[in-house]
Design a protein around this ligand. Structure first.
Ligand code: UDX
Length: 466
């Protein structure tokens, strides 16, 4: 089948490449010249494990190509046109202007037998109007109506290729498809996916996408609430979640406590759903709490670092480990690290950060004036009064912590992802402060002396014990 994907951002490029891998003839259309140039020489505009290799293989096999927006043939010859343009306004809100412009340009040129598939995440009120928008554009040029479907993606950064190739489900939201032609075409497009195909109304499909992300965010904020309960009663949330995970009604995923969720989807979709629900006169107390707990976790991390250095950050040196919003990505969108770094700097600390994605770290420095970037984790830790782990890159769990202790001024770690082993850190002479892992240890006063670099501070029993 011939598919054209409009917009080669994260969603569009993964979709185009995955469809080509399944044997479809795919053309990717991109408005940005620089992005197009990079793609044509096999360079991706972002990091995603396994994607570059798949793009190269499919380009070489002649199943995947990239063209600029003015190539009308890419639209006119396609059996399916998939729109995957951005819908964020960059300020935490939705914007539909790009989608509107894309539809105005593309829909009139589509072949009469073609199908329009909208893949971007959009607000429900806009989804309800999509059928009329598309077929209004067709009427204006005197061409017959086309089927319009919503096909949301559930891709996680860092595992986008497997999420696309082996999805849990495919959701087909029917916006306008009087003779079923659109559904048949979409089923054919995904026939190699071996996943249940769920056919529903377009708005249901839209809410199924939002609902999935809202639920994942709720699970994370719940884990953070549970972490507070654990601290109050001296329990370890990691152990508690280990037990919960064996309950098939609950599962163990998305229950990692810590600095909370970031990224381009979860924070934005929770905030926007609360906002639009309130505009519609609907109270959504659970989602409001999810948002509040998430914001509190970032503040709590800063508070813990403040306590860890004796009550004031002024003049202290803090090492931040990890800047991207999660491991295996170079994405900094709504990364907790940025909020945290700004707060630490405002409180007078010197903040030296390290992230294995050095290019992302450089971008973080341009977003947070004053943030210093180190080339290695040990360089960031050199002379630090405390370390704060924000992103659970494997490299930090594997770090030589005894050596880290020898270069730091004070051996204190605040683990914002519960990613380190408290016992191991305790054995290396660190005070370990996690989230919900026993009573929060009080940093002994002697470690606050200016010459404390060589003081041995053992982890308190409550935090070390599992
Ligand atoms: C999310 C959805 O998972 C995906 O289905 C949707 O298509 C896009 O949004 P993504 O933004 O890539 O994907 O990241 P995800 O893996 O969901 O993590 C989101 C944030 O939650 C990250 O900051 C992560 O560190 C945090 N998180 C995740 C936790 O704090 N605890 C957890 O247990 C899991």
């Amino acid at each position: 089948m011939r598919a054209t994907v409009i917009g080669l951002g994260y969603v569009g490029l993964v979709t185009a490449t995955g469809l080509a891998e399944w044997g479809h003839q795919v053309t990717g259309v991109e408005a940005s010249d620089s992005r197009l140039r990079s793609l044509r020489i096999g360079r991706l505009p972002f990091f995603e494990p396994g994607l570059a290799e798949l793009v190269t293989a499919n380009v070489r096999a002649g199943r995947l190509g990239f063209v600029p927006v003015d190539r009308a043939d890419a639209i006119g010859e396609a059996d399916v046109v998939i729109t995957a343009v951005g819908t964020h306004d960059g300020n935490g809100g939705w914007q539909t202007a790009t989608m509107q412009a894309c539809l105005s340009q593309v829909v009139p040129q589509m072949a009469d037998g073609a199908v329009l598939v909208v893949r971007s995440t959009l607000p429900p009120e806009y989804v309800r109007t999509l059928g009329e928008i598309a077929n209004g554009l067709r009427r204006e040029v005197g061409r017959p109506a086309i089927p319009v479907l919503l096909n949301p993606e559930f891709t996680q950064e860092g595992r986008a290729v497997s999420d696309f190739m082996e999805p849990d489900r495919i959701v087909m939201g029917v916006i306008s498809d009087p003779d079923g032609r659109g559904q048949a075409r979409l089923a054919e497009l995904y026939e190699k996916a071996l996943a249940p195909m769920l056919v529903m109304d377009g708005v249901d499909a839209c809410l199924s996408k939002l609902g999935a992300n809202l639920f994942l965010a709720t699970k994370i904020s719940f884990a953070n609430e549970l972490a507070h309960l654990c601290e109050t009663f001296g329990a370890d949330v990691v152990e508690v979640v280990r037990a919960l995970s064996h309950d098939s009604r609950i599962g163990g995923k998305f229950l990692r406590a810590g600095v909370g969720f970031g990224g381009s989807c979860l924070p934005h979709q929770v905030a926007m759903t609360v906002h639009t629900a309130e505009l519609a006169g609907l109270d959504v107390p659970v989602l409001r709490a999810v948002h509040q707990v998430n914001a509190r976790q970032r503040a709590l991390f800063v508070e813990r670092l403040t306590q860890a250095v004796g009550g004031s950050l002024d003049g202290r040196r803090i090492a931040l480990l990890g800047l991207t919003f999660k491991p295996d990505t170079d994405d900094l969108r709504d990364a907790p690290s940025l909020t945290i770094a700004r707060s630490l700097l405002e409180a007078g600390a010197t903040v030296v950060a390290y992230d294995p994605m050095l290019a992302a770290a450089e971008r973080a420095a341009s977003l947070v004036p004053g943030l210093v970037i180190a080339d290695t984790a040990l360089a960031a830790l050199e002379g630090a009064d405390a370390a704060g782990l924000v992103t659970e890159w494997r490299e930090f769990a594997d770090l030589d912590w005894p050596t880290a202790r020898s270069v730091m001024r004070r051996p204190v770690v605040v683990d914002g992802r519960n990613a380190l082993e408290p016992r191991e850190l305790g054995a290396a002479g660190f005070t370990y402060i996690g989230f919900g892992r026993g009573l929060v240890p009080q940093v002994p006063p002697q470690t606050m002396r200016p010459s404390a670099a060589t003081d041995g501070v053992a982890i308190t029993a409550s935090a070390a014990s599992h």
